[in-house]
Design a protein around this ligand. Structure first.
Ligand SMILES: [Zn+2]
Length: 70
């Protein structure tokens, strides 16, 4: 067992289909000019259980520096 905490955000969310709190998978949905929009999918049934917008650092030089690892 690791004692370190992973940097998982909102690792469990309530799922309507499973009717209980389920582990979720974070999926990048959209890249906005001022942040990123994430979708949370239930790992049990794949249902979308939530979304979150993540704002990047605001500033005049923040635009155009997003890179997508492929
Ligand atoms: Zn579910």
């Amino acid at each position: 067992m690791h004692k370190q905490f992973d940097q998982l955000q909102a690792s469990h969310l309530y799922c309507d289909k499973c009717r209980r709190s389920m582990p979720v998978r974070q999926r990048l949905l959209l890249i906005l000019p001022d942040g990123e929009l994430y979708d949370y999918l239930c790992q049990g049934c794949g249902n979308s259980v939530g979304s979150k917008s993540d704002r990047g650092p605001a500033g005049p030089f923040a635009k155009g520096v997003l890179r997508r690892p492929l």
